[in-house]
Design a protein around this ligand. Structure first.
Ligand code: AMP
Length: 371
């Protein structure tokens, strides 16, 4: 077996709340985290030193190994780091995950079911896609979209021009992707972690609710999902092994009558795994740090069924929320702004009161987002 050099400092690209939670998980392991991020007062600054892009040499010189919390970490940064250091996940995994067309082509190559899709370069190409795939369809930018941004649902022929006016500009950077509109019954995700020795551990499948493309609620484990677990695990295993991936990966899936359909991967810890901080033996954040540092992985077993709810736009009164037994509150130290994820709560009561407690907690939120 290879002996891995002890890791004392991990350099993380990005400094948002995922970085904050990675830093919090690293500290008890005796591992320091530092961040490359252009906002010095970012959430991760609470847990480690932040370097801006003009200080990237110092960032690089301080760290034994590197990872990321920002999916759109520029590929040139990743390629540069890989010349002299280890980066987990690799720039190749990033190249795939940053582009929806690359991602879906790889899914199909590996036998993972996707929606039918076509690449779109121009307005004629969009008209052709509408004929081939039928309406409605979802037109998306292949790069840079997040939380439902960069998407347009084309429902009638009259929407084609409006959709093109909105998204056509993006074809100067990369083609758009037109996807058949899926009539799914629910959305689920699976998070798995792969170590440097190739061991894979899976968290249970969870059910996700979105509002305007933004995740608002995760239920762990996903109810009535035992029959879906094997397929989800096989899908993410194929991706992890094909990419020789190290660290946490998330696969988002649609549940349909015909089974699971893969939507996208995130090459990082994920919002749908925040419940693991309290609800799993070893959180997604700690397992990612363990994998990147070459340490043995921890158990992904669930300790108690949990429900995670995002705090979006406006903070609730924390004392009102914390008066409810079973509520854990996470504040990201971000300013309030419409549509912005600024915190989350995880609710776990360990008994049949879970749903009632979730409803009580939702009552405390100023922005309930249809929950
Ligand atoms: P995405 O950025 O691909 O995760 O999309 C954001 C949300 O839009 C998803 O969570 C779904 O709720 C919805 N969505 C995305 N793609 C499709 C599709 N092909 N058909 C139906 N709904 C979709």
């Amino acid at each position: 077996m290879t002996t891995l050099a002890p890791v004392r400092t991990i350099g993380i690209f990005g400094g948002g709340q995922l970085g904050l939670m990675l830093g919090n998980a690293a500290r008890p392991l005796g591992i320091m985290t530092v961040f490359l991020e252009d906002s010095p007062n970012c959430p991760a600054s609470l847990t480690g030193q932040v370097f801006t892009s003009t200080q990237s040499d110092r960032f690089e010189s301080m760290c034994d190994t590197f990872t990321l919390e920002f999916e759109n970490t520029p590929l040139e940064h990743a390629n540069h780091i890989e010349k002299n250091h280890k980066l987990f996940p690799s720039s190749h995994a990033l190249l795939i995950a940053q582009d929806r067309l690359n991602e879906k082509n790889l899914f199909n190559e590996l036998g993972i079911t996707t929606v039918p899709f076509l690449s779109v370069n121009d307005l004629d190409g969009l008209r052709h896609a509408c004929q081939q795939l039928g309406l409605p369809l979802v037109l998306k930018t292949s790069r840079g979209g997040y939380d439902g941004k960069g998407q347009f649902v084309i429902r009638t022929i009259d929407d084609i021009i409006t959709a093109w006016d909105e998204l056509g500009e993006a074809t100067k950077i990369a083609p758009l992707i037109a996807e058949g509109f899926i009539d799914f019954s629910r959305e689920v995700s699976i998070i798995a972690v792969r170590s440097q020795t190739g061991e894979i551990r899976y968290y249970p499948l969870v059910e996700n609710t979105h509002s305007n493309g933004i995740l608002v609620k995760t239920v762990a484990p996903a109810p009535n999902s035992d029959h879906l677990t094997w397929q989800a695990q096989q899908n993410i295993k194929k991706l992890l092994e094909h990419l020789d991936y190290v660290g946490v990966m998330t696969l988002e899936l649609f549940v349909t009558d015909a089974g699971l359909i893969a939507n996208e991967i995130a090459p990082r810890v994920h919002n749908s795994g925040h419940w693991t901080i309290e609800g799993a033996v070893c959180s997604q954040f700690e397992n990612h740090i363990r994998a990147v540092a070459g340490l043995p992985l921890g158990s992904t077993d669930i300790t108690q069924p949990s429900v995670m709810i995002n705090i979006i736009g406006q903070f609730p009164d924390p004392s009102q929320l914390l008066a409810i037994s079973g509520v854990h509150f996470h504040h990201y130290h971000k300013e309030e702004r419409a549509g912005r994820k600024i915190g989350h709560i995880t609710i776990m009561t360990g008994d049949e009161l879970l749903n009632d407690t979730v409803n009580q907690a939702i009552e405390c939120l100023p922005n309930r987002l249809g929950l």
